[in-house]
Design a protein around this ligand. Structure first.
Ligand code: PLP
Length: 505
């Protein structure tokens, strides 16, 4: 069966209308040109489409056609039926007995078969909407600039994971499969240990950064915990009773305030300060934090989830360090807590004795093996290349919108991160606008229950009026100059759309 040209052309024309956004009337001549359908044929088709309430016509200059209902409320069957196209597969029909088997009032042997198939086609076309068709036409996101959320899997990590999955085995089993799995995990542990400059005995594999942070902070003894005001929720929410230490305008922890807090109580304390912030990329003065903390006998935990795989530094010397593989090209599902020898800690999950008794549960062999491979690959990354790309992009974006605000721009930042706010465009609109232009970025603000919350990081830095405006553009191992070029164009387009809206308002 082949759907006739009336039905096919009508559906193509209606999808074309849907793709234009239905904001202003579309001329049939334009549809004819785009879809290569004769104009006179389209004119014939649009009369019944209008009669069936699927389109409205707008007369006069600037006139044309608009969809009469939202795209999700027009099914393909609505369109096909409106132009009177048959969806039946043969002439073996009840409706035209003179031409089908019903002509002589007896059903042929295959009548029910073809009638049933016709019914299935109608049901199928009734379940597909113009919205589904329009979505299929949208080009996929092709410029991924959200590495601080998750970095795409590196080829090396994928290969290592596939190899591990092929071998399989539980690393706690004593047979050869188990021993092989154990050796893969211990190889990864050595790679991570050598990267952080610690002993393999100090590497505890976890499911990721969140679990590592929770394991570090919900420790055995009731220490007072001090955290910076810009910590990730997996730190801040793990210990709601923690003392919050303020940050400056660049997002760096206030060392004097930290020292004062430590001095005001002599009891055992733990200081948790991240190596680099996930929203702004600002690098914390960790050597100083550790110096101050140690003067007061406090332990130091460092959430190095955004730093690991990107730069080596003082974070490697903290008493407890959290890492996550998927931020630099490993798989989600593997991370680690580095626990320096002698640091007291209690297991959060109990059961098997895996990971030195600190994290019970069968290790994720593929994710941990990929973690090791991603660390090795990340060591070869050219971070100066990313800094150059980021700096050029930032300068061009500021040229387009001179009163845009770059966060932490005057402090040491991760080479890959740009946090920027357009003063007149909120982050949600900006992210959607970039997405329309096929560039994937993030809002600094978090989405909770369908509402965009202001960014607590930007607020803590003293920019409350911009806390709903900051977006994060984060580069990584797969980023090309074309990706950054696309981001600049998307920023320009968002600004132009905004100005056009303002003029027409
Ligand atoms: N810490 C920081 C700074 C992060 O950016 C993230 C993730 O965004 C986490 C912790 C949580 O890591 P994971 O996603 O591996 O649980």
């Amino acid at each position: 069966m082949k759907l006739g040209s009336r039905g096919r052309y009508a559906v193509m024309a209606m999808v074309d209308l849907g793709l234009q956004g239905n904001e202003r009337p579309v001329r049939l001549a334009d549809v004819s040109h785009r879809q290569e359908i004769p104009l006179s044929y389209l004119e014939q088709l649009f009369a019944p489409l209008r009669r069936h309430g699927l389109v409205n016509s707008v007369r006069g200059p600037g006139g044309g056609y608009l969809l009469a209902r939202p795209v999700h409320r027009i099914s393909i069957m609505d369109v096909v039926a409106a132009v009177d196209e048959s969806t039946r597969v043969t002439r073996c029909l009840d409706e035209s007995p003179s031409r089908g088997c019903m002509a002589n009032r007896t059903r042929c042997l295959t009548h029910d078969l073809w009638a049933g198939l016709g019914d299935h086609i109608e049901t199928y076309l009734g379940g597909v909407t113009l919205e589904d068709m329009c979505r299929e036409q949208q080009p996929a996101v092709t410029h991924y600039l959200d590495h601080n959320a998750t970095s795409p899997l590196r080829a090396e990590a994928r290969k290592a994971a596939c190899r591990a999955m092929t071998c399989g085995g539980n690393a706690s089993s004593v047979h050869r499969h188990g021993r092989h799995a154990r050796s893969l995990i211990e190889d990864a542990r050595e790679i991570v240990a050598s990267y952080v400059s610690c002993s393999p005995l100090e590497v505890v594999f976890t499911s990721g950064g969140t679990e590592a942070n929770n394991l570090a902070l919900l420790g055995p003894d009731r220490r007072r915990i001090l955290i910076s005001a810009v910590e990730h929720p997996s730190v801040a929410k793990a210990v709601p009773s923690a003392v919050t230490v303020p940050v400056d305008h660049q997002g760096r922890v206030d060392l004097e305030a930290l020292e004062a807090e430590l001095a005001c109580d002599a009891g055992p304390a733990m200081v948790s300060v991240m190596a680099a912030n996930n929203e702004t990329g600002v690098v914390q003065p960790l050597a100083d934090v550790m110096h101050v903390a140690r003067l007061h006998g406090a332990l130091v935990h460092c959430d190095a989830v955004q730093a690991a795989g990107r730069y080596c530094g003082a974070w490697q010397e903290a008493d407890l360090v959290s890492l996550s593989a998927h931020k630099f090209g490993g798989m989600a599902g593997a991370g680690a807590l580095i626990v320096r020898d002698g640091v007291p800690l209690a297991a959060r999950s109990r059961g098997g004795g895996q990971e030195y008794g600190l994290r019970a549960g069968t290790e994720s062999l593929a994710a941990i093996t990929a973690f090791g491979a991603a660390v090795t690959a990340a060591c070869g990354d050219d971070t100066a290349r990313l800094r150059q790309l980021r700096d050029d992009m930032e300068a061009r974006m500021l040229d387009v919108v001179p009163d845009a605000v770059v966060f932490s721009g005057d402090a040491g930042r991760l080479d890959n991160t740009l946090a920027i706010a357009h003063p007149d465009i909120d982050a949600e609109t900006m992210v959607m606008s970039f997405d329309l232009d096929c560039v994937a970025i993030s809002a600094g603000s978090a989405c909770s229950s369908g509402r965009m919350e202001p960014s607590s990081v930007i607020e803590a830095m003293g920019f409350p009026s911009l806390s709903r405006h900051a977006v994060r553009i984060s580069l990584g191992w797969s980023t090309t100059p074309e990706d950054c070029e696309a981001a600049v164009r998307a920023w320009e387009a968002a600004n132009t759309r905004h100005q056009r809206r303002r003029k027409t308002a």
